[in-house]
Design a protein around this ligand. Sequence first.
Ligand SMILES: [Zn+2]
Length: 141
Amino acid sequence: MVDSAFAPFAELVPEASEETAPFWDGLAAGELRLQHCPACGSYQHPAESFCYACGSTDVAWEAVHGHGAVYSFIVVHQPYHAAFRDRLPYVVATVQLDEGPRMLGPIFDIDPAAVAIGMRVQPRIEPVSADRAALFFAPEG
Ligand SMILES: [Zn+2]
């Protein structure tokens, strides 16, 4: 079921390519999925046809818990898209996932002054339409 507050984000979810479809399908299923390399054990994002770490072309998709720490962040005060108008001001953070990769995502519903480098966060996956979902982050809890 789509929380109507997240429906405006539907048009910001990109069309999936063959390479990125497992990521978007994972979000639609309520899971954060990353590419994992069985050869060297590393996780990576964004998707690629080979492992960034060892070059193996045997990369697979795996659901991960996706918790991590804020590596860096900015506070956004201007609505660059109408979907964000009611969210101002909000944080966009680079999150250092426990699995290894860094991901970028908004953090809503928190006083930006309460966000700090190193703060623990977790994925917040919100359906934006009947078959698509978007990734945000939220304080770990
Ligand atoms: Zn590898």
